[in-house]
Design a protein around this ligand. Structure first.
Ligand code: CXF
Ligand code: ZN
Length: 378
């Protein structure tokens, strides 16, 4: 019986920017009111973990427990938690859904304002950590999840209870990658059947957008990448045509798209996080109705350079979304149902699986571009 007591367990600590994670024993405090302590079953590695592992300027902070794409079992709950109980299988989510604020009550938004999304090192309700190392040093949280630990503590507004029959190495993908990409296509863009879609960047997010666009009935799904090998892989996710962005000759990428599509795509998705690529994506969508959705995250402080005419007199829409516009508690169960109904197949995302001890191997694989998703089993 561990409820109410600190738990001693293993965690992979990111002690210094860019240095291999160190597996150490840590102490995980019991959940405070409105919190849930979770035993992580498995977690996958997302490129955002790498971004914040490498980052040397704020909001970077160390030592930190990274990880935000996971599934686990509730070990115990704090006071006032009745939504989940010990034994429930849950996906922790980096977006909150309090269910009560104006934004949660609106179907237009997935950005809760009671616990707004931010990249900070604490729990959402109190600026405090639930982790300490055995020397008593505070370990920082990441995206309100910190799943690179055998046990973590998450606010009840950041957990979604799921069907326990879903395989954990598939369920975890819905914590970030799959929900973000499929959601961006199906919710943020609301891709129409028969339309033409261009996806800039065929990493896991771009591939998840392709899955979503295909689910929506898109007719042409054009993938863009610097690496031509990505096309073969991307075909399995629904990509039908390919542009090698390094082989556009004296044309710009948007000129190539304009010619291929006879005037621009219906929907463009930027899945890399480079301001100049956002400009190219926006220039690639059709005047009058084209919609560009930005999923990539550029460096803090990056600026977009777009002329006012281009933006304001073109009839085009430029937007971004977090978590694909998916409201964790309201929409994730619907997305998971599409998975259990076999309408949405996600097996191809998992190219590698490693044991927790080998977590640094997952970092190497993702950095080498050799994997889409590497699942880490605790
Ligand atoms: C991202 C979303 C944008 C900010 C950084 C973290 N989430 C998941 O990968
Ligand atoms: Zn992520």
């Amino acid at each position: 019986e561990t409820a109410g007591k600190p738990i001693r367990c293993k965690a992979a600590i990111s002690r210094e920017a860019g240095e291999p994670l160190v597996i150490e024993e840590i102490m995980v405090a019991p959940p405070s009111p409105y919190e849930v302590r979770i035993r992580i079953i498995c977690t996958s590695l997302c490129y955002s973990d790498i971004t914040f592992w490498k980052l040397k300027v704020p909001p970077a902070c160390f030592p930190r427990i990274l990880g935000h794409e996971a599934v686990g079992v509730v070990e115990s709950v704090g006071e006032h938690v009745d939504e989940v109980a010990a034994g429930d299988i849950v996906i922790p989510t980096f977006l909150s859904e309090c269910g009560e604020c104006d934004d949660c009550c609106s179907k237009q938004s997935n950005l809760c304002s009671k616990f707004p999304f931010k990249v900070h090192p604490w729990m959402p309700r109190h600026e405090s950590s639930r982790f300490t190392d055995l020397k008593g040093q505070t370990l920082y949280h990441f995206l309100f999840i910190s799943s690179f630990s055998e046990y973590t503590v998450v606010d009840v507004c950041h957990v979604v209870k799921i069907d326990p029959s879903i395989p954990p190495n598939r369920a975890c993908l819905f914590g970030c990658c799959v929900a973000t990409g499929v959601g961006a296509a199906c919710k943020s863009a609301n891709v129409e059947a028969g339309s033409t879609v261009v996806i800039f960047g065929l990493g896991s997010i771009g591939l998840a957008v392709a899955k979503g666009a295909k689910l929506c009935g898109a007719n042409r799904i054009i993938g863009v990448d610097v690496n031509p090998d990505k096309f073969e892989v991307a075909k399995k996710f629904g990509v039908t045509e390919f542009i090698n962005s390094k082989e556009c000759g004296d044309k710009s990428l948007s000129q190539v798209v304009m010619e291929m599509t006879g005037g621009g795509a219906d929907y463009c998705f930027e899945c890399v996080g480079i301001a100049s690529l956002v400009q190219e994506a926006f220039a690639s969508c059709r005047k009058g109705w084209g919609k560009t959705i930005v999923l990539g995250v550029d460096k803090p402080g990056a600026q977009l350079n777009l002329s006012s005419y281009e933006v304001l007199h073109s009839g085009k829409i430029l937007t971004g979304s977090l978590y694909g516009g998916v409201k964790p508690k309201s929409d994730l169960p619907l997305l998971l149902k599409r998975y259990t109904d076999k309408e949405l197949v996600v097996d191809e995302f998992v190219t590698h699986e490693v044991r927790f001890e080998d977590i640094n191997k997952a970092f190497e694989l993702l950095l080498e571009g050799k994997c889409i998703r590497c699942v880490i089993w605790m």
